[in-house]
Design a protein around this ligand. Structure first.
Ligand SMILES: Cc1ncc(COP(=O)(O)O)c(C=O)c1O
Length: 387
């Protein structure tokens, strides 16, 4: 079959996964219950964390993770500007101030040296974001956090399955928030989980995620459940419904296989794109296991007559779906205005932004599709190469 287009994202679910959702609907119990708790247990084992609290999104999870650490007005949290807005929304919703450290333009991850420069006496936490699934330098970040008595909350939206120095990302720092959004490595359509090795923090998150009601409140509609519940804190409606959790729980059965397929697709791209000097392949790190949520190339613009936007237009004209991860927050009107941010302060993030393209990437991407994308890129390069 002749390929003439490759979408940016595509996901197929198995009959077992579809049945799991259907059976949950048939059971009559749609919202938070045994299935979301089973997903918590199973996912925690997968990321080597002791406790997990399922939530409605990774964004909600980040908010609660920072909240239970007691962050509030006047506190500063260091994070990257090269991320989705969710990472900083959570900080602002706690009343704290995000302070941005620049990235390493090769890995796209936050630069520990710049974190150190940004630490003040008001700094309380660091939020590393493991972009595309490549772990941040957690040895250096952990050392900095220990030295300055800072907490670490991982934005692990992309990092399901990622490991640094043989340890899963969920085992680093105080808390980690993972995303189960529709395009993520494991999905519940919308959803997420906060993992931690601290039982009290996990319990506080569970309570806060369901209106601040005591931990047994979800059981009140069970056959022998009690109508009585107590509200013990000012909570949120951030819980994960069983109908959603059923999809994620069923998908856990093939998560390892899905991860291997992602690794295989990344290998095909590396192999087929490696010959082009006009392209920089995604960074790999010998001490890490990449979760391969995204496959992000960078253009070597000094070797091309066109810029990134024109390159994307030409890919689109040839049926190749792409995206850009991420538009740095200092370019977003709200953040630029509120914090007076200037792109000159973030040369790493700015140079990366001008050059990045996320290519089609998902577990069932076929080798022939990768070849189509690579051939299309080759064609665009050959027409637009600087002589
Ligand atoms: C880096 C990063 N953090 C957080 C999120 C938020 O995830 P969610 O949609 O589950 O809230 C995303 C979403 O894509 C993301 O890319």
């Amino acid at each position: 079959m002749k390929i003439d287009s490759v979408p940016f994202f595509r996901m197929k679910f198995t009959q077992a996964e579809i049945d799991a959702v259907t059976n949950t609907i048939k059971s009559g119990w749609l919202t938070t219950g045994n299935i979301s708790h089973k997903l918590e247990d199973r996912f925690c084992r997968y990321v080597d964390a002791d406790y997990g609290a399922a939530v409605g999104s990774c964004t909600a999870g980040l908010h609660l993770a920072l909240k239970v650490l007691g962050l509030s007005k006047g506190d500063e949290v260091i994070t990257t500007p090269f991320t989705f807005v969710a990472s900083t929304e959570a900080i602002l919703h706690c009343g704290a101030r995000p302070v941005f450290a620049d990235i390493d333009p090769v890995t796209l991850n936050i630069d520990p040296k710049d974190i150190e420069r940004k630490i003040t006496k008001r700094t309380k936490a660091i939020v590393p974001v493991h972009i595309a699934g490549l772990p941040c330098l957690m040895d250096k970040i952990t050392r900095l956090a220990k030295k300055h008595k800072l907490s670490i909350v991982n934005d692990s939206a992309h990092a399901i399955g990622a490991e640094f120095n043989g340890k899963k990302i969920g085992a680093y720092g105080d808390l980690s928030s993972f995303s189960f959004y529709a395009t993520k490595n494991l999905t519940t359509a919308e959803g997420g989980i906060v993992t931690t090795n601290n039982e009290n923090l996990a319990e506080e998150i569970r309570v806060l995620s369901l209106h601040g009601m005591d931990k047994k409140a979800w059981k009140r509609y069970l056959e022998h459940g009690s109508w009585y519940y107590e509200v013990v804190s000012l909570g949120y409606k951030y819980n994960l419904a069983d109908m959603n959790a059923a999809l994620g729980l069923a998908m856990m059965d093939r998560l390892d296989t899905l991860q291997k397929k992602r690794e295989r697709a990344a290998g095909w791209y590396d192999e087929m794109l490696g010959k082009f000097e006009e392209i920089e392949l995604p960074a790999r790190d010998k001490d890490s296991r990449h979760a391969w949520h995204l496959y992000i190339i960078k253009l070597n613009l000094d070797k091309l007559k066109i810029d990134r936007d024109q390159f994307i237009r030409e890919l689109t004209e040839n049926g190749v779906g792409t995206s850009v991860h991420f538009i740095p927050l200092f370019l977003q009107p709200f953040y630029k205005g509120k914090f007076g941010l200037s792109q000159k302060k973030f040369p790493g993030a700015m140079s990366a932004f001008e050059r990045v393209i996320s290519l089609p990437f998902y577990p069932d991407l076929r080798k022939a599709e990768v070849k189509y994308v690579a051939d299309t890129i080759g064609k665009i390069i050959s027409i637009n190469r600087k002589l």
